[in-house]
Design a protein around this ligand. Structure first.
Ligand SMILES: N[C@@H](CCC(=O)N[C@@H](CS)C(=O)NCC(=O)O)C(=O)O
Length: 212
């Protein structure tokens, strides 16, 4: 498998964690988001949306990190499962993951921040205010959801890592990178720390990737 990714892309970080948890071998090809390599023809041929990650498997190129994670689970069921338990439990794990992937990530994505600054004339301070606001809005909700669990577990939704943790950890990395105050999120911080102790997460860390 070939993973087209970028060290600090949180969507690609999710897929790296998933591949590592499932012990699947992959080759990495860095696509530099800072220099705009993702908008060049070669990458747009892989993903018309000009975004990373793209996973190539059996000659086919897939985009969208969560679709890729579910593909990996379906295509390689003999390895670690990213979704666990009953349909209700699995839906709960997806809901947690989607809160990050659909409700934080898209509004804080590079192209949105670039549009705010470029087309909308927003200054650097207001851009950071925007960035922090959307993280706090969903982290507050997720922390409350974790507090309310009837049976508290070591990870977001279970005693094992699921797709929920795979989405949470890269988002916490982004929050820390941009100095978001995490004081009010003790459970998120504890789960993040627990995940980072695991090899699958440690190996996927942005600082250890090509081009970091
Ligand atoms: N929903 C997509 C999001 C992919 C995405 O937005 N990737 C970011 C990096 S985390 C990207 O390529 N950004 C380039 C840009 O904003 O121009 C997924 O989960 O794969």
């Amino acid at each position: 498998m070939i993973l087209y990714d970028y060290c600090r892309s949180s969507a690609a970080y999710r897929v790296r964690i998933a591949l590592n948890l499932k012990s699947l071998a992959y080759e990495q090809r860095a696509v530099n988001l800072v220099s705009g390599e993702h908008r060049e023809d070669a990458h747009v041929q892989r993903n018309e949306q000009a975004l990373v990650p793209v996973l190539e498997d059996n000659g086919m190129q897939l985009s969208q990190s969560l679709a890729i994670c579910e593909y990996l689970d379906e295509a390689y069921p003999e390895t670690y499962s990213l979704l666990l338990g009953t349909p209700l439990e699995r839906a709960n794990q997806r809901a947690f993951a989607l809160a990050v992937a659909c409700d934080i990530h898209p509004v804080n994505n590079l192209r949105v921040l670039q549009y705010l600054v470029g087309e909308m004339g927003v200054d650097a301070e207001k851009k950071m205010q925007w960035y922090h606001h959307w993280i706090h809005t969903t982290f507050r909700a997720l922390e409350a959801k974790l507090q309310k669990r009837k049976t508290p577990s070591a990870f977001c939704c279970a005693e094992q890592v699921t797709i929920a943790d795979i989405c949470l950890v890269p988002q916490v990395f982004n929050a820390n990178r941009f100095a978001v105050d995490m004081t009010n999120y003790p459970l998120i911080k504890a789960i993040n720390a627990r995940c980072l102790e695991m090899e699958a997460f440690a190996k996927a860390h942005p600082d250890l990737q090509p081009g970091a």
